[in-house]
Design a protein around this ligand. Structure first.
Ligand SMILES: *Cc1c(COP(=O)(O)O)cnc(C)c1O
Length: 397
């Protein structure tokens, strides 16, 4: 038999036997675990007995899903958290200590940059931001104190693709430096950071892994010892995943390859269609030849994901008319669920900034971010056709 492929792992990996011979695993709703007697307790603490102790240190439902994600990521181990940010913050706190230094690519997830730039700074961890793709700047930024390179691919909202092989080459030239990749936008279906040389692979499981816009979760995968150190700190900081959400996540993961293939196909078709529309100034999608990172994306990704960003002519007002005219696409932050979502980054993640401040960090007012769902692509394009008409018929500004 050939080794199990991703679609098989998505369905089959994780615990095989369940209580009462049920085909699917139960939601283990318990905060704690009982011991038969003190002798059992002693055996457990002496390390002679593998079992659960207390909910903050482990839960069978959560562990089963961790096994599934580890299998999908091609990792020895995975740790799950109550959100993507709980996974980011706990991982970074586990790896870094006062006096250490981290390098981040400048288009990392905004809250990750905020956590490193302000919170870790208060704890005595310095950091340097480098432009993605500027490997000279990356080399220059690395000092003997550098312990971690943090990057993300593809990024929000321009879907920039970091060359993970080159990043791994740089990090392996420096002893003791780890490479941490936020691969949320790609999923294990489209991109394999650990196989390309990363040490830790992060997903906001809130997005594609869960896939149904009904839960918050985060995962980090990597070598067993490293993930165990992170899971140990999780037991202290407390950012655990609730078993209900873990169950939903495990359920969603079974169809991950199926869904991601549809997201990929729909988004590529929508991006190609948008590129032909006169009312659209520019389309950002790594699957388009016009995208600056198309070659890198083709080399390291097997699909280009479900997010498409575009610039609509007529600025923020035309963008709002477009978004308001959508019926199928709903106005909401987030991505990765089966539902198509649309938003103007200038009015969502960056609302509190002025146009000038937004431009300084590269966020144009005319940007629209579309998280393409798995609905029929003709209906998605139909919705956008009407919405683009509405955007342009709103009159000159
Ligand atoms: C959403 C997101 C996060 C944070 O995840 P939460 O589950 O919202 O905490 C981190 N990185 C990326 C790329 C994301 O899109």
């Amino acid at each position: 038999m050939p080794s199990p492929k991703l679609s098989t792992l998505a369905v089959q990996s994780g615990p095989r036997r369940h209580a009462h011979d049920a085909l699917t695993g139960a939601v283990s709703l318990t905060s704690t675990y009982s011991f038969e007697n003190t002798a059992e307790l002693r055996r457990y603490f002496d390390g002679d007995l593998e079992r659960e102790e207390y909910g903050r240190y482990g839960n069978p439902t959560v562990r089963g899903v961790e096994q599934k994600i580890a299998a999908l990521d091609g990792a020895e181990a995975c740790a799950l958290f109550g959100s993507g940010m709980a996974a980011v913050t706990t991982s970074l706190l586990a790896v870094l200590k006062a006096g250490d230094h981290a390098v981040l690519t400048s288009d990392c997830y905004r809250r990750t940059r905020q956590f490193v730039g302000t919170f870790l700074k208060k704890l005595g961890v310095d950091s340097t931001l480098v432009e993605p793709g500027d490997f000279d700047a990356l080399e220059r930024a690395i000092t003997p104190k550098t312990k971690l390179i943090v990057s993300e691919s593809p990024t929000n909202p321009y879907l920039r693709v970091a060359d993970l092989v080159k990043l791994a080459e740089v990090k392996s030239k420096h002893r003791g430096v780890l490479l941490f990749i936020d691969s949320t936008f790609a999923t294990p279906v489209n991109q394999r950071p650990l196989e390309l040389g990363a040490d830790l692979c992060l997903h906001s499981a809130t997005k594609y892994l869960g896939g149904h816009n009904d839960l918050l979760a985060g995962s980090v995968s990597g070598r067993a010892g490293l993930v165990q150190a992170i899971a140990d700190l999780r037991g202290v900081l407390g950012g655990v995943l609730d078993p209900h959400s873990a169950y939903l996540l495990g359920r969603g993961l079974k169809t991950l390859p199926l869904r991601v293939r549809q997201h990929n196909a729909n988004a590529l078709a929508v991006a190609q269609w948008l590129e032909k529309q006169p009312a659209v100034q520019r389309v950002w999608y790594p699957g388009l030849e016009s995208h600056p990172d198309h070659a890198t994306a083709r080399a390291q990704m097997s699909g280009f994901g479900g997010v498409v960003t575009f610039e609509v002519k007529g600025g923020i007002e035309a963008g709002s008319r477009l978004v308001d005219a959508c019926r199928l696409a709903r106005i909401a932050p987030s991505l990765g669920g089966v539902e198509t979502l649309i938003e103007q980054p200038a009015l969502m993640s960056f609302y509190e900034l002025t146009t000038e401040q937004r431009l300084a960090i590269g966020i144009k007012d005319e940007l629209i971010r579309l998280a393409v769902g798995v609905e029929d692509v003709d209906n998605i394009v139909g919705d956008l056709t009407r919405a683009l008409d509405a955007a342009q018929s709103g009159g000159a500004r």
